[in-house]
Design a protein around this ligand. Structure first.
Ligand SMILES: Nc1ncnc2c1ncn2[C@@H]1O[C@H](COP(=O)(O)OP(=O)(O)OP(=O)(O)O)[C@@H](O)[C@H]1O
Length: 263
């Protein structure tokens, strides 16, 4: 559960201003959809939130504290493609995040901690509709199944904030509809604050609690580098879409799981 604040954030690459004057408060547990024309800086915004890029000016706060300048377990991410590791099985992919998090020296879990993590990973795989596929490699899965796996892998790490960069953009419409339902359920059943970039307005309005559009006010060719995009629309979904947190134990962060202490 985490609130996000962008305080007059600018992002420039050399002389090219990509984003300017981004001031934004995102409530904890919100589901934000970011929309806007190609090249307006949506991915750049997400990468700053992930800690892969720093603002040129301004600051980003998470729960009132300055954002850590590198990716960490508090922020999970799913991209349109290539979020999972092709050389690991489905189960190993889900376990990986937990293993790296808890066993920093060896990168592995043992004994009771390992068994607990496997149980949790299996439950999560069942929840995302991948039961029975644990031993397969990602190449043997369809695109929709790979994205389900990517979501399970991200959620298994127990992030407070989930960043989605067009995660469903490459999927067929029918598969998209299924995965939308899954995404809604994950958001309902966890305490995640979600920020999703999408080109699909109907997806934005179907899933988000708030839709934010980025746009350039100055679009003449000679102005494109000198002016960045800003927030042009900020729409709360009405009636408010409120998550019903059910505190499913399988989806809660294992960070404080007593079983881990036996490792
Ligand atoms: N590392 C970088 N160095 C220089 N310019 C960059 C870098 N990353 C992004 N840009 C530029 O920033 C602008 C915004 O890119 P970004 O990928 O954030 O846009 P976007 O809105 O996500 O686009 P799309 O919808 O097409 O994915 C582009 O003009 C891009 O060329």
């Amino acid at each position: 559960m985490s609130a996000i604040r962008f305080d007059d954030v600018w992002k420039e690459y050399g002389d090219h201003i990509v984003l300017e004057q981004i001031t934004l408060d995102v409530a904890s547990r919100a589901f934000i959809a970011l929309v806007g024309p190609s090249g307006c800086g949506k991915t750049t915004f997400l990468r700053m939130l992930l800690g892969e890029e720093s603002p040129t000016r301004g600051q980003i706060l998470i729960d009132g504290a300055a954002l850590k300048p590198e990716p960490d377990a508090d922020r999970g991410v799913v991209f349109q493609r290539y979020s999972v590791f092709p050389h690991l099985t489905v189960l190993q992919n889900v376990l990986l995040g937990r293993e790296l998090q808890h066993a920093k020296v060896t990168g592995r879990l043992f004994g009771a901690a390992k068994r607990a993590a496997v149980d949790e990973a299996m439950a999560l795989l069942a929840e995302v509709g991948l039961a029975g596929n644990e031993g397969k490699y990602p190449a043997a899965l369809s695109g929709g199944m790979q994205q389900r796996l990517a979501l399970a892998q991200a959620v298994m790490r127990g992030p407070k904030i989930l960043l989605l960069d067009e995660p469903f953009g490459a999927l067929d419409p029918g598969i998209r509809a299924d995965i939308h339902l899954l995404m809604k359920r994950l958001w309902n059943e966890t305490e995640l604050t979600v920020v999703m970039v999408t080109h699909d307005l109907s997806e934005a309005f179907r899933l988000a609690t708030r839709v934010i559009a980025f746009e350039r006010n100055h679009n003449r060719p000679e102005e494109r580098e000198r002016y960045g995009a800003t927030i042009s629309r900020d729409l709360e979904i009405y009636p408010p879409r409120i998550a019903d947190v059910r505190h499913l134990s399988t989806f809660r962060s294992g960070r404080d799981d007593p079983a881990e202490k036996g490792a």
